[in-house]
Write a protein that binds this ligand. Structure first.
Ligand code: IDP
Length: 140
C-alpha cells in the first residue's frame, strides 16, 4: 500500500473542550504523521462550500452552523494507507456505533458534534486538502 495524504478537521466540539492534543495523540499513535496543521474559524461560505455534497441533506444547515460555531483545526495527515486508516481511527459517524478506542467512541458528543472529519476517498482528499492548504504549508 502506498503512502497517502488525507485531510482532517478537528471540529468545534473538540476545540471547545480543549482536547485537540488528545485527538492528535490518537492520530499519531496510529502511525499517521501530521504534516500540516492550522487553527481557523471557518466562514459560513467556506463551510457551505466544503460540505456542498451534503446540501440536500436535512442536517445541512445545522451542520454548517455547528462547523462555524467555534474554531476548528484543519490538518493534512500522511502515512501508509492514510485515508482508510484515518477512517478506522475516527470510528463510525454516529459515536453510538463507533468501535471502542476510536476517536469518536472516546470523545464525540453526538452524530453531529462528532469531533473529527476525515476524507472518505482519494478523490475527496485531493479536493479537500487544497481547499484549506497551499502546497508550501504542507511539509512532509
Ligand atoms: P462522516 O463525517 O463520517 O464521513 P458524513 O455522512 O459524510 O459522515 O456526514 C458529514 C457530517 O455531517 C458528519 O460527520 C456529522 O458531523 C454530520 N452528520 C451526518 N449525519 C448526520 C445526522 O443524521 N444528523 C446530524 N448531523 C449529521
Amino acid at each position: 500500500m502506498a503512502v497517502q495524504r488525507t485531510f482532517s478537521i478537528i471540529k468545534p466540539d473538540a476545540t471547545a473542550r480543549n482536547i485537540t492534543g488528545k485527538v492528535n495523540a490518537k492520530i499519531e499513535d496510529a502511525g499517521l504523521r501530521i504534516i500540516a496543521q492550522k487553527r481557523i474559524k471557518m466562514t459560513r461560505e467556506q463551510a457551505e462550500g466544503f460540505y456542498a455534497v451534503h446540501k440536500e441533506r436535512p442536517f445541512f444547515n445545522d451542520l454548517v452552523s455547528f462547523m462555524i460555531s467555534g474554531p476548528v483545526v484543519v490538518q493534512v495527515l500522511e502515512g501508509e494507507n492514510a485515508i482508510a486508516k484515518y477512517r478506522d481511527v475516527m470510528g463510525a459517524t454516529n459515536p453510538e456505533d463507533a468501535a471502542e478506542g476510536t476517536i469518536r467512541a472516546s470523545f464525540a458528543e453526538s452524530i453531529e458534534a462528532n469531533t473529527v472529519h476525515g476524507s472518505d476517498a482519494p478523490e475527496t482528499a485531493a479536493q479537500e486538502i487544497p481547499f484549506f492548504f497551499k502546497e508550501d504549508e504542507i511539509v512532509g
